[in-house]
Write a protein that binds this ligand. Structure first.
Ligand SMILES: [Zn+2]
Ligand SMILES: [Zn+2]
Length: 200
């Protein structure tokens, strides 16, 4: 995170826009830093397991420094606003789950309506702008426990990011990480070629 930016600014810059989902992620990230008593990650200190791939995850990346590239962002494709954040330093982990309909205020419903609509009239665009301001106030000031359930959990830390050998796929000739390649009679085959060739 850039040192002279607030967490919320860092998240907005990283995500490219401000939206309710991102703000929920900001709340999660700030809560996690606080509860785990650590600063933003500099060297794989924090591990995040995210069960969604929506806006909020960008706040996790921007504020907690958990990223795919560093290997400390683990994605489970469950479609749930659930985040597990763990600290290697103190071995603590917390699981944070967004409460069902926790952010369903009349303002947020109207906001979603406008987002779904896509192309907006000038008046609607202005209304959307105003709504995001209201939602910002709401989401950043609502007590955390009204938005999320959380608990400490036991957590098995994944090994730190490791380097794997690269082998050459015998079908496309491109390199592929050895653990992702399938060994065939002809030699290693990458997942892309395996899929194209119907698993042969
Ligand atoms: Zn967004
Ligand atoms: Zn291939």
């Amino acid at each position: 995170m850039c040192k002279d930016m607030s967490p919320v600014e860092a998240a907005i810059q990283f995500h490219g826009h401000i939206c309710p989902g991102l703000l929920m992620g900001v709340r999660v990230a700030e809560f996690a830093l606080n509860k785990l008593g650590v600063g933003p990650d500099v060297n794989e200190e924090l591990v995040a397991v995210v069960e969604t791939d929506s806006c909020g995850v960008d706040a996790i990346q921007a504020i907690l420094g958990c990223t795919f590239g560093k290997g400390n962002l683990i994605f489970k494709d469950y479609g749930k606003n659930v985040y597990t954040i763990a600290s290697r330093e103190n071995g603590q982990a917390i699981r944070i789950a967004q409460k069902f309909r926790s952010s369903h205020t009349p303002e947020s419903q109207r906001y979603r309506e406008l987002v779904r609509k896509g192309s907006l009239t000038e008046a609607e665009a202005a209304e959307k702008e105003e709504l995001i301001g209201l939602l910002f106030e709401q989401l950043m000031s609502t007590p955390f426990e009204e938005l999320f359930d959380w608990k400490e959990i036991d957590f098995e830390f994944p090994p730190k990011a490791r380097m794997h050998a690269t082998v050459q796929c015998v079908l496309c000739g491109e390199g592929v990480t050895d653990i992702k390649a399938t060994e065939t009679a002809q030699g290693p085959v990458c997942p892309g070629c395996l899929a194209e060739n119907g698993g042969r």
